[in-house]
Design a protein around this ligand. Structure first.
Ligand code: PLP
Length: 420
């Protein structure tokens, strides 16, 4: 059974100030998890997590992670600015962009970010725009099919990211000639995997590459960035990743490959999004309609604008009907939003207790790639984000959008003025 970090009583109190729908985040859960990750990699003195800002781009949440020692992983100007706003400075930011627009490398360099080049042609682009910094990272794509022990695989050969092995060597040489002093290696091969061997397997691949790059080019490798991709248990039957075992697996590979090569000073970086925040966010909605046609529908006051993953990927998000946690799931519902899009369904054929109008539903695990993927289809507005603080109080960390926000980009003449 999956439990919620908010209860019916708490939600009934919260809605007096902040009506549904809203995303709410659990500060205690976020901090404990960040500390556990740090502990799992404590054997590596340079270890650092750079939170993938795109997962949950809220400065108040970034601040919490910063207090826990995390940096930020950015790939756009807005994400760089969010990180700057919370005081991320030299060495606190990874800039893992791709197809990078003009101006972003300049800003990243100004902030003292580690620039992670997605392609060998970006070397000239970066150099012409703002000159190369002293430390540069390059993103690796091994191509082909990437398979883990339990059969989980992905297809890097089809992915747009990263450089080939030959380009890594050539790129390092070119960067050294331009004056780069220290290097990083980055790769992101499998997304949302709860397989405990993902990081250790990836680490082996990257450690071997690091040794080869050092031997072929003489480059000084400062860090290896295992990037994101560690999954979370979205379904009740899914297991939580044993992060201590993951850390130990990476340590073993480190001691077998890097240490004998005289590279025992390389720092391990991660760039996790989902793992850091996913389970510690929830979307709270209210059942406002029920409909009985060929199927049974429950209409809620949120829609795919607030959480796009079910519509976009058919992703499973667990649902708890608050106050009915112990009732039998005797009904089968489609839980749907109000978009004029038939894929706007938070759950399809889901077994749930009987839902009555006015019931509050918690849609679980929306803390990463939840609010942030939202759009404004049908002119629907984005919700507020709230923080459940460690002391049990609730703080608004983003207000809900209003029609004024929606129409704000028509402020160049008078037509929409009455609404602005
Ligand atoms: C999206 C992304 C991440 C985070 O991925 P998660 O699956 O949320 O861990 C990390 N690094 C890069 C470059 C990304 O694009």
């Amino acid at each position: 059974m999956k439990s919620t970090f908010v209860t019916k009583e708490m939600v009934e109190k919260i809605v007096k100030d902040y009506p549904t729908p809203f995303h709410i985040y659990d500060e205690k859960g976020i901090r404990n998890n960040a500390r556990e990750l740090k502990k799992a990699f404590a054997w590596n003195p340079g270890f650092r997590e750079y939170f993938a800002v795109k997962a949950t781009p809220n400065p108040y949440l970034l601040q919490i992670l910063k207090e826990e020692g995390c940096g930020a992983d950015c790939s756009s100007m807005s994400e760089l600015l969010l990180s700057e706003a919370v005081g991320m400075g030299k060495g606190d930011i990874m800039f893992s962009s791709n197809e990078t627009p003009n101006g972003e490398f300049t800003k990243a360099k100004e902030l003292g970010a580690y620039i992670n080049l997605d392609d060998i042609t970006h070397i000239d682009f970066l150099n012409e725009e703002c000159g190369v910094p002293e430390v540069v990272c390059m993103r690796y794509n091994p191509g082909g099919i990437y398979e883990l022990e339990n059969g989980i695989m992905d297809n890097p050969g089809d992915a747009k990211y990263g450089c080939t092995r030959e380009q890594m060597v050539e790129g390092y040489r070119k960067l050294m000639a331009l004056g780069v002093k220290e290097f990083g290696i980055h790769s992101f091969l499998v997304s949302n995997t709860t397989a405990a061997d993902y990081y250790p397997t990836l680490a082996r691949t990257l450690f071997e590459l690091a040794v080869e790059l050092k031997e072929k080019t003489g480059a000084k490798i400062k860090f290896i960035n295992l990037s994101g991709g560690i999954g979370i248990p979205y379904r009740p039957e899914d297991k939580k990743v044993d992060i201590m075992a993951v850390g130990e697996g990476v340590r073993k590979a480190y001691e077998e490959i890097l240490v004998p090569a005289g590279m025992g000073d390389v720092a391990i970086f991660t760039e996790l999004g989902r793992f850091m925040m996913g389970p510690y966010g929830a979307l709270v909605v209210k059942a406002i309609h029920e409909k009985h046609i060929y199927k049974e529908y429950i209409g809620v006051d949120a829609c795919a604008v607030n959480l796009m993953r079910p519509a976009m990927y058919g992703a499973y998000h667990h649902i708890t009907v608050l106050g009915k946690e112990n009732e039998e799931p005797e009904y089968i519902y489609d839980v749907v939003g109000s978009l004029c899009e038939n894929n706007d369904k938070f759950a399809i054929d889901r077994k749930l207790p009987k839902i009555d109008r006015g019931d509050y539903l918690v849609i679980h695990d929306t803390g990463a790639h939840g609010f942030s993927m939202g759009y404004n289809y049908n002119g629907k507005l984005k919700s507020a984000e709230l923080l459940l603080k460690e002391d049990g109080s609730v703080k608004m960390i983003r207000r809900a959008e209003t029609v004024k926000d929606y129409f704000a980009t028509f402020d160049f003449d008078d037509l929409m003025k009455p609404y602005l």
